[in-house]
Write a protein that binds this ligand. Structure first.
Ligand code: KIV
Ligand code: ZN
Length: 512
């Protein structure tokens, strides 16, 4: 790999999944992994294999399937973690174990309760154990941005000798500022005698909104791997956003002098996929992937762009995959065309029954909406999978009466494990009435943390995609629903969240 090539390491499926409520099923993770592979992401961190049996299975399925990207599993610097990661990656075409330990005084003293010398020993031991299982080992110094430089130099030199090929410097708590962070990276590379035997990587959190800026400062100072996530998903305020890092590197090649191997035309479809699967909407003014990112509202801007695009645009919408928005299927499309388009979008069908259910829902949608875009298909898949997931509750029918000057009333029928339950309720609006009626059947007693509606495509016949976040006893779930009728989409999303609250998603958190 040339000296100016930056490795893009995507951790949407691991750190991204640590966002409260963003948990994904194995099938959803596989869909996202396929989209990342198509985008030519170099390394996909598929999960934390020891966290739960479900996480192990997801990492394994991705490692078994993906051919072109390296598949990575996170592990603490502990025997059981490392071995489990190795087992999940056994069949990977190219696999990596990513092991880490905290190195800041505050983490060593209070979290690990270990002396610095013991931390060095444990790190070296972990890297050697991982190297016995796999050639490609990455080592991270958790909370590096609050660690002492001399101590980092000492531990890094020893883990490189032990066989680590990538050294990752995380800004775990999002504390760094760009000049300082870039300087740290430069110092490490200059001072560590065997630094040339490893690639230096960064992993920045966005607590101060500086994750992308810090990552780019690190690249300017010698880092050649950036860890990032689609839509900037991740723990707390998230991680550096992949689309921003990649497009900054591409657009400002004059200044940064480096490149990535990413096929940027897959950025927007992948962003939509991740947003649909996780239920985290993308804010309209989000750089690159927000609905307004390329919309020129003011007359002066529009005039300028029409005369000469570069007056106001530094990249094109097409470069990042906007306007691939073509009509792909319609009412008369057959099962084969439907299956093949969905497979191109990363959805595979495990059984004929699954294909039949999805196809029947596609036909229903095509009756209501004549032009079916890729975005509609993505929403259809998320909605069908959401509905099929451990389904205790299913919407059977919903009738809402809403009239000027009158209180809206909803009559709902929900199937509860096959048994029909009915309820009627009034509310301050149609959605409120529907939610009250549903709640009187399902009794989640959860608090509603977020309700959001997003039009999937443009036009009044667009499907509305609804996200509902429920919180109960500290547990957060995101329910999703899509339909051309937004009240029905809302009801589906509420029932999806209610179903999720019933599922067991206990898993270990890597950093706790
Ligand atoms: O933020 C962090 O420090 C991490 C490490 C496990 C890489 O996610
Ligand atoms: Zn992180």
């Amino acid at each position: 790999m040339s000296d100016n090539r930056v490795i893009i390491f995507d951790t949407t499926l691991r750190d991204g999944e640590q966002s409260p409520g963003a948990s994904m099923t194995k099938a959803e993770k596989l869909r996202i992994a396929k989209a990342l592979e198509k985008m030519r992401v170099d390394v996909i961190e598929a999960g934390f294999a020891i966290a739960s049996p479900g996480d192990f299975e997801a990492v394994k399925a991705i490692a078994d399937t993906i051919q072109d990207s390296t598949i990575c599993s996170l592990s603490r610097a502990l025997d059981a973690d490392i071995d489990r990661a190795g087992e999940a990656l056994k069949n990977a075409n190219s696999g990596r174990i990513h092991t880490f330990i905290a190195t800041s005084p505050i983490h060593m003293k209070y979290k690990l309760q270990m002396e610095p010398d013991r931390v060095v020993e444990q790190a070296v031991y972990a890297v050697k154990r991982a190297r016995n299982l796999i050639d490609d080992v990455e080592f991270s110094l958790e909370d590096a941005s609050r660690s002492e430089l001399d101590f980092m130099c000492r531990i890094i030199e020893q883990v490189i000798d032990a066989g680590a090929r990538t050294i990752n410097i995380p800004d775990t708590v999002g504390y760094a500022v760009p000049e300082e962070f870039g300087h740290t990276i430069r110092q490490l590379i200059e001072r560590i005698p065997n630094a040339d035997k490893a690639i230096f990587s960064v992993h920045c959190h966005n607590d101060l909104g500086l994750a992308v800026a810090n990552s780019l400062a690190a690249v300017s100072n010698g880092a050649r791997q950036v860890e990032c996530t689609i839509n900037g998903l991740g723990e707390r305020a998230g991680n550096a956003s992949l689309e921003e890092v990649v497009m900054a590197i591409r657009t400002r090649h004059d200044r940064l002098g480096v490149e990535t191997g990413i096929d940027t035309t897959h950025i927007v479809p992948t962003s939509r996929l991740v947003s649909g699967v996780t239920g985290f909407p993308v804010q309209p003014n989000k750089a690159i992937v927000g609905a307004n990112a390329f919309a020129h509202e003011s007359g002066i801007h529009q005039d300028g762009v029409l005369k000469h695009r570069e007056t106001y645009e530094i990249m094109t919408a097409q470069d990042v995959g906007w306007h691939t928005n073509k009509m792909v299927l319609g009412k008369h499309s057959g099962r084969a065309a439907f299956r093949s388009r969905l497979e191109e979008l990363g959805t595979t069908f495990e059984t004929d029954a699954e294909l039949n259910t999805m196809f029947a829902r596609f036909k229903e949608l095509a009756d209501k909406k004549h032009e079916i875009f890729d975005e509609d298909l993505q929403a259809l898949v998320s909605d069908t999978k959401a509905a099929g997931f451990n389904e205790r509750y299913r919407l059977s029918s919903l009738k809402v009466t809403s009239q000027t000057g009158e209180t809206p009333v909803a009559e709902v029928v929900v199937m509860v494990e096959g048994e029909e339950m009915r309820a009627t309720s009034a509310g301050s609006g149609p959605v409120d009435a529907a939610y009250k009626a549903i709640e009187s059947i399902v009794h989640t007693e959860a608090s509603l943390e977020l309700y959001s509606v997003n039009a999937i495509t443009s036009g009044t016949d667009s499907q509305g995609e609804v996200t509902v976040r429920l919180e109960k006893g500290g547990r957060i779930v995101n329910g999703l629903g899509a339909d051309t009728d937004i009240v029905i989409a809302s009801a589906k999303a509420y029932l999806h969240a209610a179903n999720l609250l019933l599922s067991d998603t206990t898993k270990a958190h890597p950093q706790v």
